[in-house]
Design a protein around this ligand. Structure first.
Ligand code: BDP
Length: 323
């Protein structure tokens, strides 16, 4: 091959791409929750606004109900850019970006409102930045609210003693296994999609989550007792693959961040309504809501906060100080 021809072949793809009109960037958004769930609705609205504001240069498609895989699988796909965006529980980010575990500790927030104030402020941004600045090729954009998590079981738990030896599903994060074991249960990690049949077949005696998940993932069909421990309040980051992020223009990046933040504020309104409605529906379906003294659960998990929290002592003080 002549040198001229070689040169032509080398520059051809480049010249071609310059002369082509920019093709649309397609965003596939993966969600474990079903259509209609607060996070899904807020994210879809974000997607619609994104399509409009980018004049069609960005397209958005929601894949709800876990069709693209478990949260762990989807995070891996986002890391390589096969899925462009997703929202996951911070629980499963912990093993990948350990710095986020400060929010994953039991009873680290006083209550739901406290968590919201923290994620809306500078600490919330710092934890998003930890994800973005980690080596995992993700950009963390905003927070969704997943309420607070309590225990649900097939036999009632009215005190710490009742939990003794019960096999309770937790998310795949060693911190949560330690937490469950510290409360006297037997923590078993599995993906969200496996809980329903694990409850039915007796592989587990219960799980822990918020009322909307208990309802929408049909776990209440087997677990009829909901014990209000409120032991975890886990915010849920919305992340984009850095591979996708780097394809956006600076203006588009600003737009994506702005709309993700709007979705953060919109979702919590939907969340509050959904939580209240879920509680009503669960009660109507025969689920007993059990109020407990949470102090014994708090005390039992102190060693977990010591083990995982020692390195975040300053940050925990700052979280505490948020009013
Ligand atoms: C729900 C979260 C979801 C998690 C699920 C779980 O919204 O992201 O996958 O809990 O525990 O509350 O697996």
């Amino acid at each position: 091959m002549t040198f001229k021809r070689k040169l032509l072949l080398a520059v051809l793809p480049f010249a071609f791409s310059l002369s082509m009109p920019a093709s649309a960037l397609d965003i596939k958004f993966a969600e474990i929750h079903p259509a209609g769930y607060p996070t899904v609705v807020a994210e879809q609205n974000m997607g619609k606004k994104l399509e409009q504001a980018s004049n069609g240069e960005i397209t958005f498609k929601m894949f709800p109900g876990g069709v693209l895989g478990s949260e762990k699988e989807v995070i891996e796909q986002a890391q390589i850019g096969a899925v462009q965006m997703t929202r996951v529980s911070l629980g499963i980010v912990g093993p990948v970006v350990p710095d986020v575990n400060v929010f994953n500790m039991p009873f680290v927030f006083r209550d739901h409102e406290h968590m919201r104030k923290v994620i809306d402020g500078e600490i919330g941004q710092e934890i998003l930045d930890k994800i973005t600045n980690s080596e995992f090729n993700l950009v963390a954009l905003a927070w969704m609210d997943g309420g607070s998590r309590s225990l649900y079981t097939k036999k009632p738990v009215r005190s710490l003693a009742d939990l003794k030896g019960m096999k309770i599903r937790v998310q795949g994060n060693p911190l949560f296994i330690d937490m469950m074991n510290a409360m006297g249960g037997n923590g078993i990690a599995m993906d969200t999609g496996e809980i329903f049949s694990a409850l039915q077949t007796g592989v587990i005696d219960g799980a822990e989550n918020n009322p909307p998940t208990l309802l929408e993932h049909n776990h209440y069909q087997s677990a009829k007792y909901f014990t209000l421990t409120n032991h975890l309040i886990l915010p849920e980051p919305v992340v984009m693959s850095k591979t996708t992020w780097n394809k956006l223009t600076p203006e588009q990046q600003v737009l994506v961040k702005k709309l993700a933040r709007e979705a953060q504020m919109e979702e919590r309104v939907l969340w509050d309504a959904k939580s209240a409605a879920s509680e009503e529906k669960l009660k109507a379906a025969g689920v007993e809501f059990i109020a407990v003294d949470t102090k014994p659960f708090y005390d039992a998990t102190a060693p977990v906060r010591e083990k995982y929290g020692a390195q975040y002592a300053d940050l925990m003080k700052r979280i505490d100080a948020v009013q």
